[in-house]
Design a protein around this ligand. Structure first.
Ligand code: OGA
Ligand code: NI
Length: 320
């Protein structure tokens, strides 16, 4: 564990003043060297975030906690004597925003919670599109390039995974979420303001992404690594379990549409790219079975178009 370093924190309001160039440079450095950054003054109202945090915690207590405890019992996880490496210690549900919302099909959400999540989703979508254009500017790609690539013929896919990582009596035996890189485009995370757990891999060390009230943690998925021809990186991250405290995390995934064609941007390729070109849905079919394995064999498999034979897919639950 590296104690002293932290992912970059970026004040987005500085894009509007004389510190714009410096801020753009910080974002570029974060995308190249961290795959992660934390945003403050991102334009999403802090009181909306406070309400969502409160309602997410209430919802967990009322409708999810019991189910989580039953899952522990049914999977024999209530006593952990040896390390468990194939299950995550998390309670989740999934909201889809684009191309179609499922917000009205989710049971047990109050009208107030649903409305707040809809508002939050729309604001996160706008923030993502703003960030994608900032990335284009830093990459000297034309404005709108990334958005256009992500659009395919049906528009981007955008969804939210609402998670709680309940306290765990034996944190050394199981992860909240095993190490992985995210498959898609940009990920926006609203994490608990008190209970920590998220770590990212930086130069071979696990580094904490500590709680920072009202921040949105941004990270880059595999698709941005491919499109930028490796200039930007998707970075391994994981969630540790804690003895005390229930950690809330609301992760929103802005991904290409299923038929979007992904390839390294021509202007970022010198000779021949090391990265594959593919249709996003084919990548997701592969990813869903090998999420917790390193990304390099995935890229290789896509290059060889040997989608199901090169790696050993194991079916997992819903994945963005
Ligand atoms: C994920 C993820 C982190 C968290 O869902 O892909 O990395 O803190 N989540 O929940
Ligand atoms: Ni992730």
């Amino acid at each position: 564990m590296e104690e002293n370093i932290k992912p970059p924190v970026i004040d987005l309001s500085k894009l509007n003043d004389e510190e714009r160039d410096q801020t753009m440079a910080l974002i570029d450095d974060a995308c190249q060297n961290w795959g992660f950054f934390e945003l403050l003054n991102h334009g999403i109202p802090y009181d909306l975030m406070d309400n969502i945090e409160r309602m997410t915690k209430e919802h967990y207590k009322k409708f999810m906690e019991q189910k989580f405890k039953e899952m522990l019992r049914s999977k024999g996880l209530d006593t952990l004597e040896t390390e468990v490496e194939d299950i995550d210690w998390e309670s989740t549900f999934f909201l889809h925003h684009l191309p179609q919302t499922n917000l009205y099909d989710i049971p047990n959400m109050s009208d107030e919670y649903r409305t707040a999540m809809k508002d939050f989703g729309k604001r996160l979508e706008n923030l993502t599109e703003e960030l994608l254009d900032l990335l284009c500017e830093n990459l000297r790609l034309e404005k709108g390039y990334l958005k256009k690539v992500f659009r395919g013929t049906k528009g981007p896919t955008f969804g939210t995974k609402v998670s709680n990582y309940p306290p765990c009596p034996n944190p050394e035996m199981i992860k909240g979420l095993r190490a992985h890189t995210d498959a898609g485009g940009l990920i926006l995370l609203f994490q608990d303001d008190k209970v920590s757990g998220l770590q990212l891999l930086k130069d071979g060390d696990w580094v904490d992404v500590p709680p920072l009230k009202h921040s949105i943690v941004i990270n880059l998925g595999d698709q941005l690594e491919v499109i930028t021809n490796g200039k930007y990186k998707s970075v391994m991250h994981r969630v540790m379990t804690q003895k005390e405290g229930n950690r809330m995390s609301i992760a929103s995934f802005y991904n290409p549409g299923s038929d979007a064609e992904i390839s390294p941007a021509q202007s970022l390729v010198d000779k021949e790219s090391e990265y594959p070109s593919f249709v996003f849905d084919d990548y997701m079919k592969l990813y869903s079975g090998v999420k917790f394995q390193p990304k390099e064999p995935r890229f290789e498999a896509m290059k060889n178009a040997a989608v199901t034979t090169d790696v050993n897919p194991v079916a997992t639950e819903e994945t963005f």
